[in-house]
Design a protein around this ligand. Structure first.
Ligand code: FAD
Length: 564
């Protein structure tokens, strides 16, 4: 049964703050998280109770005039309509970069880099084709734009780019076009933001099941172009599995693959588009796996006595017949951070009552400094959820773990939307905070974790700061899992300070490669991770990708400089 989906015209895309994460109306508040200030003071020696420094006023920025030759402007206008070709300063700044730490520090220092000369909003594949043809005719650079949430430097034009730069915002392509209920596949336009896409699917009783922490501000096309992973990937898969077919406007014409469950057609062209970061063309739509909205969804909290116990338990859960949607466990540092950032008055705020602490210490022999908080999610029919909880409960119990109910589930849901706002707040206070993530096999995760923490601490010492590093495991697979590190330290938020940041970030990234991990599990390559690509996929792998990019885009018009 194929159902065309009819939706209301959405409101014009609301972009994120030009200088930071999320909606203009939302920011970090102390009253919400009273435990954070003492935590930050203790761990990185910074007082965050002062009024934060603000980003520069937009009016004070120096914005160069756009360079848009008249014939190109005319061709873009013919392609999308005059009201959908923007050359005003705000539009150009919003589309210039993503939300990496480097992006945010540079913005705070009014270092805007190479802005696009025009932002265009096509409304369908025909318009995208016309835009690309116009750009190639004029030898312009084309950069597809989804939500602008990437943190790998995947959007910015090279600084010295002398050709016109066109940002192609897919925001008007935001429809679920069709659902095939028998095949459990949906055709969805690439510019659909997470909430709008889920809303359309939910209205028919379906879900994509892809919930990255950036869900509110990222798009299907962006997820595909960066090989994204959502928190419930244990059940639903990464976007690489979820995406069954793509339509992409390339310089060689429209590339369309078939939405079949599997195929034997040589190297996978679908896979070539996954993670292509706009270098092979503009994704206009994808056919993706969808699932019935589950009857029940529960996220339970568990404590483990130590990180090592937790890692073994996660591995055994992955090996077992249990099929949780989420498996996540924080190391001892991240556990303490989670407690410090829970919202006042929430269910989760009573998570570690004095009574529970006493029980854990006296009866269970926990060292509370080493204790690790885990979230495990279950979905399905009530009977399925019950059986899964039992299986997981037995494994957790064998490793000294303890279920602490649904309160932490609330903490988990709340944290994923709050944490990005904390990063901007900390930048205003004079602290740098960023993330690096990898994946490795179960046999390598323990040594990789210890090695990366040691390297980060050495790097903190090298640049002379009291640094903080914490980690969680998430996204479990048959053979391994993702480790996600967050680090922070007090620092002037200046362009010069980026050098110190590079020392720490590079030490962590190099640690991943030296210790059998990959350069990124789900944040893609961009320019941030490009230096490690050869180590990751071997020089021959880099040659293959170079040939692919050069073959389809000999003029290097498509998002040049990313990945390689
Ligand atoms: P953009 O940032 O707009 O673009 C990213 C790249 O994709 C660019 O190279 C762009 O040219 C290309 N692109 C975008 N749309 C298209 C298209 N239609 N055709 C061709 N190329 C295109 N990532 C995760 O995977 N999981 C997470 O949980 C997660 N959490 C995050 C939390 C925060 C706070 C932040 C800031 C980022 C997070 N990210 C996460 C990273 C980011 O959200 C992802 O990389 C996301 O997939 C980017 O999607 P986007 O629509 O914002 O793409």
């Amino acid at each position: 049964v194929r159902t065309p989906v009819v939706v209301e015209e959405p409101a014009l895309v609301e972009h994120m703050k030009w200088w930071g994460w999320g909606r203009e109306s939302v920011s970090f508040s102390h009253s919400d998280k009273p435990d954070l200030a003492p935590f930050v003071r203790t761990n990185i020696g910074l007082d965050i109770t002062r009024p934060p420094a603000q980003p520069p006023a937009f009016a004070d920025l120096t914005i160069p005039d756009p360079t848009l030759p008249e014939p190109l402007r005319a061709a873009l206008t013919a392609a999308v309509g005059a009201e959908h070709v923007h050359t005003d300063a705000h539009m150009r700044v919003v589309h210039a970069y993503g939300k990496s730490l480097r992006d945010l520090v540079r913005i705070r220092n009014a270092d805007l880099g190479r802005l696009p000369d025009a932002v265009v909003y096509p409304d369908g594949e025909e318009a995208v084709r016309a835009v690309l043809a116009a750009a190639l005719d004029a030898d312009a650079v084309v950069i597809p734009f989804g939500g602008g949430s990437n943190i790998s430097g995947s959007l910015e034009a090279p600084r010295g780019e002398t050709r016109p730069v066109i940002s192609v915002d897919l925001g008007r392509l935001d429809r679920v076009l069709e659902i095939d209920a028998d095949a459990r596949l949906a055709r969805i336009q690439a510019g659909a933001l997470g909430p709008h896409l889920e809303e359309q699917l939910n209205a028919q009783g379906w879900t994509l099941g892809h919930f990255p922490d950036s869900f509110s501000h990222s798009t299907l096309g962006g997820w595909i172009a960066t090989r994204s992973s959502g928190m419930q990937s244990d059940k639903y898969g990464d976007i690489a599995e979820i995406t069954r077919a793509v339509r992409v406007v390339t310089p060689a014409g429209v590339l369309a693959t078939r939405p079949v469950p599997s195929q034997s057609t040589g190297p996978s062209v679908r896979e070539m588009i996954l993670g292509s970061e706009g270098r092979l063309g503009i994704i206009t739509e994808a056919t993706v796996q969808v699932h019935r909205v589950p009857e029940e969804r529960v996220i339970l909290g568990y404590f483990f006595p130590t990180w090592d116990d937790a890692l073994v338990a996660m591995r055994e859960i992955a090996e077992s017949e249990a099929s949780p949607t989420v498996t996540r466990v924080s190391d001892a540092n991240e556990t303490r951070f989670s407690f410090a950032t829970r919202r006042k008055g929430s269910l989760a705020s009573g998570l570690v009552s004095a009574g529970l602490k006493q029980y854990l210490r006296r009866v269970r022999n926990y060292d509370l400094e080493q204790m690790c908080l885990s979230f495990i999610g279950f979905e399905g029919t009530p009977a399925h959820v019950k059986a899964q909880r039992k299986l997981v409960g037995e494994i957790v119990g064998r490793h000294g773990g303890l279920c602490v109910g649904t309160g932490p589930g609330q903490l988990y849901d709340q944290k994923k939307f709050d944490t990005p706002y904390i990063r901007d707040f900390l930048l205003g206070q004079g602290a740098v905070a960023d993330v690096s993530e990898t994946s490795a096999s179960w046999s390598q995760l323990g040594p990789l974790y210890r090695g990366v923490v040691a390297r980060a601490n050495k790097a903190f010492a090298e640049i002379g700061v009291d640094g903080w590093i914490m980690c969680h495991l998430s996204h479990s697979y048959h053979s391994g899992a993702c480790l996600y590190f967050t680090f922070a330290y007090s620092s002037p938020v200046t362009l010069e300070a980026i050098e110190g940041y590079d020392t720490v970030k590079s030490a962590i990234q190099q640690g991943f490669l030296d210790l059998a991990g990959t350069l990124s599990h789900h944040h893609a390559v961009g320019v941030e991770h490009a230096p490690w690509l050869g180590d990751d996929i071997s020089p021959a792998g880099v040659r293959l990708l170079t040939a692919l990019f050069d073959g389809i885009d000999p003029g290097h018009n498509l998002n040049p400089g990313k990945i390689i």
